[in-house]
Ligand binder design. Structure first.
Ligand code: ADP
Ligand code: MG
Ligand code: MG
Length: 372
């Protein structure tokens, strides 16, 4: 069965096309003569190259969209990502919007087919590129980190309403490249190629139950963002739901650190240092598995906080503590995404109170000086 959601007049309608079958990836030959209804889709400009495909900017019925293209050898990632996007309750402000999926003959006229995911276009590009080019204000830091965490918390929750059920989803490849920036600077999570649906003690990829003992449940993701227990091969597989969520929260901690490292309001008027990847300072741009293992698992190293971040400001102190509680070495001690979200909601009022307190203290001491 191929699920497609056709985007019509701004309304997404799901359609179950029993008559259309995807061909087996091994053959890479298309057996489909009809193409699905994306007749008006124009693919225009390459905007991203990932591990298993390319992402293009396109136009569908006058709307700018992103088209993620997988070649036939990477069909499994396409199928997995499409199946995640089409689960119930995936329509969320912090999760990339899915308009539909199709398979097509490759545009160079070869007999091979490729697979397309049609998604909403995020004008800010990925968070990593954004932070490389731009600094952010405290308000933007709060908006970005709250939206990312709200999205992760939604992914992690199981939702049942009527006969519709969204299982818990572990992302398994969270990084600042898999987070996109919207026009209003809030962020959205994308790239569900490695994501896993979890029901109780069972995990599913492409609808196939994974055997925790034998499958490579835990060795996916981006090396730099891998939690110490993955690097060590010591993930607790008896409770794969908690373990996989804790692995996502570890990566979330690194991402919040990345945003904070470019936040101009934290540097008290000093120049904001150029963007660096997590652990770039320690292991450079292309660390090996062993280097990451020694650094993160053996030495328990984490990215450093600049000295200039003022611990006297309770909002900054709370931000640092929250980051540390995300990347705790002990996976079970890490916060849940929901708890991180609740802590981040407290940051703006903490900051305001501190600022008004310091202003009134300054005014008070000034008045005191005048009185003397
Ligand atoms: P991969 O699975 O190959 O990593 P991604 O889905 O992460 O593919 O996309 C690769 C890159 O393309 C992203 O890091 C981002 O820079 C860009 N990109 C992906 N989707 C969009 C989108 N909807 N809008 C804007 N840029 C996007
Ligand atoms: Mg990606
Ligand atoms: Mg991917």
């Amino acid at each position: 069965r191929l699920w497609i959601a056709m985007f019509m007049n701004g309304v997404i309608k799901k359609k179950n096309l029993d008559s259309v079958h995807l061909v087996e990836s091994q053959t890479c030959q298309s057996s489909i003569s009809q193409s699905l209804d994306f007749g008006n889709l124009k693919i225009e400009e390459l905007i991203g190259n990932g591990r298993y495909g390319s992402v293009w900017k396109g136009v569908l019925n006058d709307q700018t969209v992103a088209v993620k293209i997988f070649n036939c050898h990477h069909k499994q990632y396409f199928v997995n990502e499409r199946d995640i996007y089409t689960l119930p309750f995936m329509d969320h402000p912090s999760i990339l919007k899915f308009f539909g999926a199709e398979e097509k003959s490759a545009h160079n006229g070869s007999p091979y087919i490729e697979y397309h995911l049609v998604l909403s276009y995020a004008p800010g590009g990925c968070l990593q590129d954004y932070l490389r080019k731009q600094t952010v204000s405290w308000i933007t830091l709060c908006k970005m980190t709250q939206s990312i965490t709200a999205g992760l918390s939604h992914l992690h929750s199981e939702i049942q309403k009527g006969d519709k059920r969204k299982p818990c989803i572990a992302h398994r490849d969270l990084s600042s490249r898999n987070i996109l920036v919207k026009e209003d600077k809030s962020c959205i999570i994308c790239d569900f190629g490695f994501s896993m649906q979890i029901a109780g003690s069972k995990c599913f990829v492409n609808g196939v139950e994974q055997n925790a003992e034998t499958s490579s449940l835990c060795d996916v993701g981006t090396l730099r963002y891998m939690a110490p227990e993955i690097l060590e091969g010591a993930v607790n597989l008896r409770d794969c739901e908690s373990s996989l969520k804790q692995i996502d929260v570890y990566a979330l901690g690194l991402i919040i650190w990345e945003v904070a490292s470019r936040c101009s309001d934290l540097y008290q008027g000093m120049e904001v240092p150029p963007y660096k990847l997590p652990f770039e300072h320690e292991v450079g741009l292309n660390p090996s598995y062993e280097q990451m293992q020694v650094l993160v698992t053996r030495h328990k190293a984490r990215p450093l906080f600049p000295d200039i971040w003022k611990d006297t400001n309770p909002a900054i102190r709370s931000l640092k503590e929250t980051i540390e509680d995300c990347w705790d070495h002990d996976a079970e001690a890490r916060l849940t995404a929901l708890c991180v979200y609740e802590r981040l909601l407290e940051l703006p009022p903490l900051w305001e109170r501190y600022k008004s307190g310091t202003v009134s203290a300054a005014v008070g001491s000034h008045l005191g000086a005048v009185a003397q």
